[in-house]
Design a protein. Structure first.
Lengths: 255, 251
């Protein structure tokens, strides 16, 4: 009985936590549409989440495309289909690897920083200071991050896809000798509009998940350095898990 | 102006406030004293709606704020300012931008008027020419002064001070106290201060309230407070006074 009681309490607390998370996001969106509009704050966050993540996105995208081409070439060669290398790389990047890997990189770089920044503001009473000035922290701090992430992540995914495909071309065409025409023509014939918008739709969802989870964890940090460390870890782990889980469900709907 | 009636607050199973009744006189400096962990800061945060009571009422003027939220609570907070224990300056903004922040965000003032009002306040707290520095570049005392400038810049009717001198050496603590008293006398705002600084607070406060076991056990003028015959209060203020004497501190 004791075990069942504990299990029940755990389940109730999880449901309550999910409810609080949902209310947090809905409140932030509700504040978003009320004046004053935080255009400058949103641009600042877009610069941080988007522009400052570009280098790491380009780096990981390049090497992802290169390793895909390397693996794909040796597999396709067994069937004499090296000419399809371009389509294999492009479809993998656009449909799956671009959105998922870019989102995971943004979580690691910008998401963890969001949690730490908001968490420190909570611990040092800067969020309380906003409240005492009658400035809603959800409107001033959280809503711009949500918007910037929803705009920034799809743009980063687009860059990831393009750089990844060029990375694949570098290895496939320049190093392994696949015909340049075959590489690019196979992309043109295989990639459909459905693949592109599917990837972009995923990246919108992942952008929302990153900022939502990371901001929530930072906003509800315990008043200690240990609590901040735990919140940052939880934010990165939960965001990453939610990205991968939602990727499955989105893929199953989009296919 | 601010009135608390039967305020109770628990954190988990730990009761902190157990029926606080307190009325803060308008236009005066009232100091709340009490042992460490007695709930003084929690009490102060109830007055501005940062913490909601489990039971009881908190009145600001004619408005009962304990169940307010959103825009209605923000409206109540408009005449308030608060100086936090660590000053709570925004790390990413310079001192000038920190002090200008409420002017720009709340009053939507722009241009030279902001600069004029900010420089005036910085000068009043002894930070003239320091506006370009960031909070991380300031000493503890300077941060408190910058926090005070930010609290004063909106010309609030009520200012709450949460242990404004904690962590400062006696000279700096005295300078902050002097500054608070000077500003309070000049602008006539209602001041509520949480402090451990005994006996200094008796020299600067109009009213003193003591929080013990989650209740206000005595609220009196500073002079009356020192004449109390309650042995526990006497012990608290006399030990505090002895420890505060120059040269008696081990640290």
């Amino acid at each position: 009985m004791h075990v069942i009681e504990q299990l029940g309490q755990w389940a109730v607390s999880r449901v309550q936590e999910m409810g609080r998370m949902l209310m947090f996001m809905l409140s932030a969106f509700a504040w978003l549409v009320r004046p004053p509009f935080r255009f400058y704050q949103t641009m600042k966050q877009l610069h941080f989440i988007g522009y400052k993540s570009t280098f790491v996105i380009v780096l990981t995208a390049g090497f992802t495309g290169m390793v895909l081409a390397l693996q794909g070439y040796y597999t396709l060669r067994k069937f004499g289909s090296e000419g399809l290398l371009g389509s294999a790389v492009a479809l993998s990047m656009i449909r799956e690897l671009g959105p998922v890997l870019a989102a995971l990189m943004v979580t690691a770089r910008a998401g963890s920083a969001m949690t730490a920044e908001i968490g420190i503001m909570r611990i040092t009473e800067q969020i309380d200071a906003l409240d005492t000035m009658a400035i809603n922290p959800l409107q001033y701090l959280i809503a711009p991050k949500l918007v910037a992430s929803v705009i920034g992540v799809p743009l980063l995914v687009a860059i990831f896809d393009v750089v990844g495909i060029y990375g694949g071309s570098l290895v496939g065409v320049d190093l392994l000798g696949v015909s340049e025409g075959a590489y690019w023509n196979s992309i043109l014939s295989a990639v459909e509009w459905k693949d592109v918008y599917g990837g972009i739709l995923k990246s919108f969802c992942f952008g929302l998940i990153i900022s939502w989870v990371c901001c929530y964890k930072g906003f509800n940090t315990n008043q200690s350095a240990e609590g901040l460390g735990r919140a940052t870890t939880e934010a990165v782990v939960l965001s990453s898990v939610l990205i991968l889980v939602s990727d499955y469900f989105l893929t199953s709907v989009l296919l | 102006m601010i009135r608390l009636a039967g305020v109770e607050k628990k954190f988990g199973k730990q009761p902190v406030l157990q029926g606080v009744d307190l009325a803060i006189p308008a236009g005066k400096l009232t100091t709340i004293i009490g042992g460490s962990g007695s709930g003084k800061s929690v009490l102060l945060k109830h007055m501005i709606g940062l913490i909601q009571p489990d039971r009881g009422q908190v009145w600001v003027g004619d408005v009962e704020i304990s169940r307010l939220s959103g825009k209605r609570l923000n409206d109540v907070r408009k005449p308030f300012a608060m100086l936090f224990q660590g000053a709570a300056l925004f790390d990413s903004l310079s001192v000038f931008e920190n002090v200008a922040f409420p002017l720009r965000e709340k009053l939507r003032i722009k241009g030279p008027e902001v600069a004029q009002r900010v420089e005036e306040r910085l000068e009043q707290v002894g930070l003239a020419g320091m506006g370009h520095k960031f909070p991380a570049e300031l000493s503890g005392g300077m941060r408190k002064r910058a926090g005070l400038a930010r609290a004063l810049v909106m010309e609030p009717e009520i200012i709450l001070f949460d242990e404004p001198t904690t962590g400062l050496d006696p000279l700096l603590a005295k300078s902050i106290h002097d500054l608070i008293v000077t500003m309070q006398r000049r602008f006539g705002f209602t001041a509520v201060m949480v402090s451990h600084e005994i006996p200094e607070i008796f020299g600067i406060s109009d009213w003193v309230a003591m929080l013990r076991n989650g209740k206000i056990v005595l609220m009196a003028t500073a002079a009356e407070f020192q004449r109390t015959t309650d042995p526990e209060i006497l012990e608290f203020i006399s030990v505090g006074g002895t420890l505060a004497l120059p040269g008696s501190s081990a640290g």
